[in-house]
Design a protein around this ligand. Structure first.
Ligand SMILES: [Mg+2]
Length: 185
């Protein structure tokens, strides 16, 4: 597949593709040098909630994959994080769009957990929970180089959000999740 000329729409029209989304900086505003520790800190980025019904139309499975080492650092509990995710999922599903799974890794970066992006553990978990998911027919969307590396490690296609320099090849780039959704319409 040529990286520059990937016809995303043509591929996903097959109807059996999966979408993997990073959370902070893709779905909600990233808090620099801190963490979203309560629902009050969580702010959907512009156009994101309008994007989910578009994704629901094209993707058979949709997952959210997020590193949350704020838990490992003791800045919030796994229960705080799960509360935030319950609320986020509810708001997304109201749009409407089903979310098949939210996977998070609470480990510290220094622990090099096989579950922490860029390691592919959380993709393999989603695949194990949903055996029909074909990772070669999956797209990882993220705003960090580690998201793209994660996608490559898991054998997925990748979309990079933002204009930062990237040392890994990515299949496509968009300025925001909403711009990606618009490109599918
Ligand atoms: Mg991110």
């Amino acid at each position: 597949m040529s990286l520059a000329n990937w016809d995303i729409k043509k591929d996903i029209a097959q109807g059996d593709w999966a979408l993997f989304l990073d959370r902070d900086g893709v779905i909600n505003r990233r808090i620099v040098a801190d963490y979203v520790k309560r629902w009050e800190d969580f702010e959907f980025l512009p156009g994101v909630l309008e994007s989910f019904p578009v994704f629901a139309k094209y993707f058979k499975h949709i997952f959210i994959i997020t590193n949350q080492q704020g838990v490992g650092k003791g800045m919030m509990t796994a229960m705080d994080l799960e509360k935030i995710h319950r609320q986020m999922k509810q708001e997304i599903e109201n749009t409407p769009c089903k979310i098949n799974g939210i996977y998070f890794c609470p480990s510290l970066a220094a622990e090099n957990s096989p579950r922490r992006k860029p390691n592919p553990g959380m993709a393999l978990e989603a695949k194990s929970d949903f055996p029909n998911v074909d990772l070669a027919k999956s797209i990882m969307v993220g705003d960090s180089p580690s998201d793209i590396e994660f996608g490559i490690n898991a054998g997925m296609q990748t979309i990079f959000i933002g204009d930062r320099k990237l040392l890994f090849p990515t299949n496509a780039r968009f300025s925001s999740l909403s711009e990606f959704a618009k490109s599918l319409k």
